[in-house]
Design a protein around this ligand. Structure first.
Ligand code: AMP
Length: 631
């Protein structure tokens, strides 16, 4: 077996040869004529002219060898149910769903927005879109109506799919009513809304002529069989919206062939998941981890994937380990916050179940602090691999790659650059590589490898401007994360270089939250920063200037306005973005050119030195921040 260093070196020096080899891991209806077209930097087109299908690779391809093997196991501790689908059964479900979508006029290239809880139908709908060549865009169920409306207007879907409701911690979450609200706000709503009724919302209102019932409609397609649409490798497979530094979320556009190859290769080289084995990824289908490692990658690899609706501590903190034992899970993927939650519970839960089937537990989505890494490694007695990536990359960018070489793990480090990624740590100001042991910006020299975003949906210029212009004189992809490499070549991620924060693995733009806070009629302006939190990594904290201060003379008046502001954020963005507190001040610290000094505010909120303040307009503003924090 090639050593990691040699494997990585080859992936960069002989890019095309390397990826042509990896491309053999998937089925091509038509082989490509060119492995890489990089004639228009930084746009990389992989496997040009090749035709394939994510759905064919995930399902049809496995029917002969493993038709009766489980493909999808759905477990809901929320509604106390589980359902299992073999590859044959899952293919039949996807065929029915695809025929149903087709009957509603969904065609190749058209968008379908999914606002769905963690139910098997979400998996059917995603794969049905892939079968038809339609572009799915899953919106995380925690987003509020206004956020959903913004995504609808950007994607302009032909159809939306939702459910009557979801369930969280035993409480029903009304999905359909939220969609109704979003469709009222949207300027370009689709004509049709398909609803899967779970019986969670009996009072659900129905809009005649627009709302359609999944179960009733599907009856007409019980035995449908639909051939897969073959797509050119670079056609879009999906859009996934993610937060950045502006208020407007970006539609990360993914291709077909490059993504399928990248996922298949990652299962072999990073996750060590083999056909016939079982993978359990605890994320949500609304996030990139759910797309890649609940749905596509395990199925492309011929594995059984476990989809879980519930939280890690209900009915008790042993539930995930019970699932590992009961289903003999080989590969598990979760997030640091979940592990920190479990750390607060009785460690006996980890000993109660036999987790020896696990080859590795992978953790990603936010920084994994060293104590948590040590704790989970010792408690589980299995290797725990921290790995780092982004919605944009679609698959890991820094990770140990045990399928290539079993390198030693260092606690708190996502190890090394993954093959295909030419990672450079650059000095923030000079753009020069930093020496080992010095902090730099994590960047990737293009072309980005297969599987990474192809562009921003509908906006090539924004793709280039957002990601490739961080350094004046070079076209290089910025992750907007700080990193450091030690003398052994191990990387450590030190947090974001921009105004994006990470709350329990959920990425939020502070600008977006500021816009939501400012929706309150009594808020003139505000600044939102992320402050360290021992459980969730970071939490948003808001400082706001009120228009009418007369209501703020009493502590009770302040509390009331704070609550109203929080409710405004819930309504416009979703409860995941709700600030931990809202402090009222009469002015915000700004530079003389009018830029809010967010980093200084953040430093004060975390009890650190506020840094260089020579450009501050009015030092009294910072004094107010200090007092507000003190109070
Ligand atoms: P998202 O696109 O929502 O998955 O967020 C990606 C961001 O999460 C990255 O840019 C990092 O800031 C952070 N992140 C993801 N994985 C890790 C990790 N293993 N260690 C540190 N930060 C991470």
């Amino acid at each position: 077996m090639a050593s990691y260093a040699e494997f990585h070196r080859r992936s960069i020096q002989d890019r095309e040869g390397f990826w042509a080899e990896q491309a053999k891991l998937i089925h091509w209806h038509q082989p490509c004529s060119e492995v890489l077209d990089y004639s228009r930097p930084p746009f990389a087109r992989w496997f040009v002219g090749g035709e394939t299908s994510l759905c064919y690779n995930a399902l049809d391809r496995h029917i002969a060898a493993r038709g009766d093997q489980n493909a999808l196991v759905w477990i809901s501790t929320e509604v106390g149910e589980s359902r299992t689908f073999t590859y044959k059964q899952l293919l039949a479900e996807v065929n029915r769903a695809a025929a149903m979508l087709q009957s509603l006029g969904v065609k190749k290239g058209e968008r379908v927005i999914l606002y769905l809880p963690m139910i098997p139908e979400a998996c059917f709908a995603i794969l049905a879109c892939a079968r038809l060549g339609a572009v799915h865009s899953v919106v995380f169920g925690g987003f509020a109506a206004a956020s959903l409306a913004a995504r609808i207007d950007d994607a302009r879907p032909a159809l939306m799919i939702t459910a009557d409701g979801g369930s969280r911690m035993g409480k029903t979450v009304l999905y359909k009513s939220l969609v109704d609200e979003a469709l009222k706000l949207a300027r370009h709503p689709p004509q049709k809304l398909l609803i899967f009724k779970r019986g969670l919302d009996y009072a659900m209102p129905v809009v005649q002529g627009r709302d359609l019932d999944w179960k009733a409609l599907q009856k007409d397609f019980a035995n449908a069989e639909l051939a897969c649409a073959w797509l050119e490798s670079n056609e879009p497979s999906y859009i996934l919206y993610t937060s950045g530094t502006t208020g407007q979320p970006k539609g990360v556009q993914r291709d077909v062939g490059g993504y399928a190859v990248a996922l298949a290769a990652s299962m072999r080289n990073i996750f060590c998941g083999e056909a016939g084995e079982t993978m359990f990824t605890t994320s949500d289908i609304g996030w990139v981890v759910g797309h890649s490692y609940i749905i596509y990658a395990p199925l492309i690899a011929g594995m059984t994937t476990i989809m879980y609706e519930g939280v890690p501590i209900r009915p008790d903190a042993g539930i995930w380990w019970k699932i590992v034992q009961d289903h003999q899970v080989d590969v598990m993927f979760s997030a640091p916050t979940a592990i920190r939650v479990l750390k607060k519970h009785d460690p006996a839960y980890l000993k109660k179940y036999d987790v020896s089937s696990l080859k590795h537990l992978f953790l990603a989505g936010e920084p994994l602090d060293e104590p948590t890494h040590v704790w989970i490694t010792e408690s589980l007695g299995r290797p725990v691999i921290d790995h780092y990536w982004q919605t944009e990359t679609g698959w890991p960018l820094l990770s140990a790659q045990p399928g290539v070489e079993k390198t030693r793990l260092k606690m708190g480090s996502p190890s090394f650059p993954v093959y295909g990624y030419d990672v450079r740590l650059l000095h923030e100001a000079t753009g020069q590589p930093v020496p080992d042991g010095e902090k730099g910006v994590v960047t990737i020299a293009p072309p980005l490898p297969p599987g990474c975003m192809s562009t921003v949906w509908g906006d090539d210029e924004r793709f280039v401007e957002t990601y490739f212009k961080d350094f004046k004189d070079q076209l290089i992809y910025s992750t907007f994360d700080w990193g450091i490499r030690d003398k052994d070549g191990y990387y450590f991620i030190l947090g974001r270089t921009d105004d994006v924060i990470n709350v329990a693995g959920h990425r939020l733009g502070t600008r977006e939250i500021e816009e939501a806070v400012s929706m309150h009629p009594n808020i003139a302006e505000c600044a939102v920063v992320g402050v360290a939190d021992s459980l969730k990594g970071q939490l948003p904290l808001a400082f706001a200037v009120a228009k009418d201060v007369s209501k703020l003379s009493s502590a009770e008046g302040k509390r009331r306005l704070e609550k109203e502001v929080m409710a405004t954020v819930d309504k416009h963005l979703g409860a995941i973005a709700r600030p931990k507190a809202v402090h009222f001040v009469t002015l915000l610290p700004k530079t003389r050119s009018g830029k809010t000094l967010r980093r200084s505010i953040q430093a004060l909120a975390e009890g650190r030195d506020p840094g260089d303040l020579t450009t501050i307009e009015d030092p009294n503003a910072l004094e107010q921040i200090k007092q507000a924090l003190h109070a």
